[in-house]
Design a protein around this ligand. Structure first.
Ligand code: AMP
Length: 465
């Protein structure tokens, strides 16, 4: 039995295709703008003549790349990846892009998302005698494309898309082309940009802004975008699937300055705050955001309620996201390292504390404590999303159901757990109205996933045994 470990595939991808410009630095800066999507490993792969050169490793972009190794990656076509992981499997061999030689050529692939039928596909490939080098579901996609390549590139991609189930935003290098693919439900984001003679694909538009590229459009759900010397062409997969972008990208994961599927993330979060103020008003003196995740919603709440907003919590900007600490104790200390109370501001006041989500409840419990220690008279917690009740199988790192306080406790019990004077969450209706998309995946709140997730199956490819 494989004694493996939870896999987290919550990542950012970037790609560039230029006729005349060396693009390795563009990919570097693009990935830096996407660093919030993954801090565990990073990599860049570049086409250099008839092969692909790459640098990848553990850590942040700035840990992995130096002036020297980046200049050795000179080229006009390439892809990059940042990877996120919490527990286990944060090993160098799972760093992406994956690069392989096959059919006298090469292929490189970067993936954001999670395949829910990875185990079956892996067994199928292994039964055929194929040797997989990593524990990642992303490598399976590479193998499938190679397996069907003799039918022609587009056909191989279509067959692969027909076989893989789950979420995927892909950046691929093959035959000197840059290829972008978004899953048939469009769960994970992917967009196209252009500047001069260079096309880009990126998980989020903030990756385009940093290099001054213009956002052209999103890659559609079930679309294959092929970029080569002849420009950009598109192949649509015939499917009856509904587009269901992940709503948690809007709530927490994406950067506020990004535009996903035509919606600016900051604006959406601001609207969530306004809806929250309408749904759950409270008599108080000051709205305090949890930085940075609660800031846009706190502005919306303040605007709607007329209650002033103030920085009652000050963030140490050099500490990463608390989720990165795998052990619970580390996570608890993490909150204190990250945030401190501005006592002068909160003392004697009734506070409305706003954050985007409660997952395990750790952050909120500590923050209510900190504010009360700092002299706050009352702390009313308002959350700009509904309680997270279900695990995500499509790429967002939510823990198993038993660790989710929203799944195991009532709102009243969570209020007591975190020690707040009152607690309210945004309703699902309020959330949907704020986002304004016709359809979206809200599986983490209502268990309605874009596809059937077989009961009781493992969230990831391998689990701790
Ligand atoms: P918790 O302390 O477990 O209740 O987590 C809630 C905090 O983690 C909130 O401040 C959120 O902004 C943040 N958060 C929510 N989802 C995630 C995620 N998938 N990865 C990292 N942080 C998250």
């Amino acid at each position: 039995m494989l004694n493996m470990i939870k896999l987290k595939e919550e990542c950012g991808v970037f790609g560039a295709y230029s006729l005349n410009t060396n693009i390795q630095k563009h990919i570097y800066y693009g990935l830096q703008a996407l660093q919030h999507r993954g801090q565990e490993s990073a990599g860049i792969a570049i086409v250099q003549g008839s092969y692909v050169n790459y640098v990848k490793g553990m850590g942040l972009i700035t840990d992995v790349f130096t002036k020297e190794n980046l200049s050795a990656l000179e080229g006009k076509v390439g892809i990059g990846h940042v990877r996120y992981s919490t527990t286990g499997n944060n090993e160098a061999r799972n760093a992406q892009p994956f690069v392989a030689n096959f059919h006298n050529g090469y292929m490189a692939l970067a993936h954001n998302g999670n395949l829910i039928n990875a185990l079956e596909l892996r067994q199928e490939l292994e039964n055929e005698g194929r040797i997989l080098q990593t524990t990642s579901d992303s490598e399976i996609i590479l193998h499938l494309i190679a397996k069907y390549y003799s039918k022609g590139l587009i056909e191989a991609l279509k067959i692969t898309i027909g076989k893989i189930k789950g979420s995927y935003a892909l950046a691929i290098l093959i035959e000197g082309k840059l290829i972008g693919i978004r899953d048939v439900n469009g769960i994970r984001p992917l967009c196209i940009g252009k500047k001069d003679d260079t096309y880009y694909i990126a998980s989020e538009s903030c990756g385009l802004d940093v290099i001054g590229a213009e956002l052209i459009r999103d890659v559609e759900a079930g679309e294959i975008v092929i970029i080569d010397d002849e420009g950009l062409r598109s192949v649509k997969i015939e499917t009856n699937e509904k587009k269901m972008p992940c709503i948690f990208e809007y709530i927490y994961f994406a950067r506020p300055d990004s535009i996903l599927d035509g919606k600016n993330v900051y604006k959406v979060r601001y609207e969530m705050g306004r809806h929250l103020a309408k749904e759950s008003p409270v008599n108080a003196d000051l709205v305090v955001p949890v930085p940075d995740s609660g800031i846009p919603a706190s502005r919306g709440y303040s605007f709607e309620s007329g209650i002033p907003v103030g920085e009652g919590l000050i963030k140490n900007k050099y500490i990463g996201r608390t989720f990165i600490c795998p052990e619970q104790t580390d996570r608890e200390i993490g909150v204190r390292i990250k945030l401190n109370v501005l006592k002068e501001l909160v003392k004697g006041k009734k506070i409305i504390l706003i954050d985007d989500s409660i997952v395990r409840g750790t952050t909120m419990k500590r923050l209510v404590e900190l504010l009360k220690e700092g002299g706050a008279k009352e702390v009313h917690v308002r959350i700009s999303s509904p309680p997270v009740k279900y695990s995500c199988y499509f790429g967002i790192d939510t823990p198993t159901k038993k660790e989710l306080v929203g799944a195991t406790m009532s709102v009243e019990e969570i209020k007591d757990l975190i020690g707040a004077d009152s607690l309210s969450f945004l309703s699902i209706e309020g959330l949907k109205e704020s986002v304004g998309l016709n359809t979206a995946c809200t599986g983490c709140f209502d268990g309605k996933y874009p596809m059937e997730v077989l009961g009781g199956r493992s969230k990831y490819l391998f689990e701790k045994k």
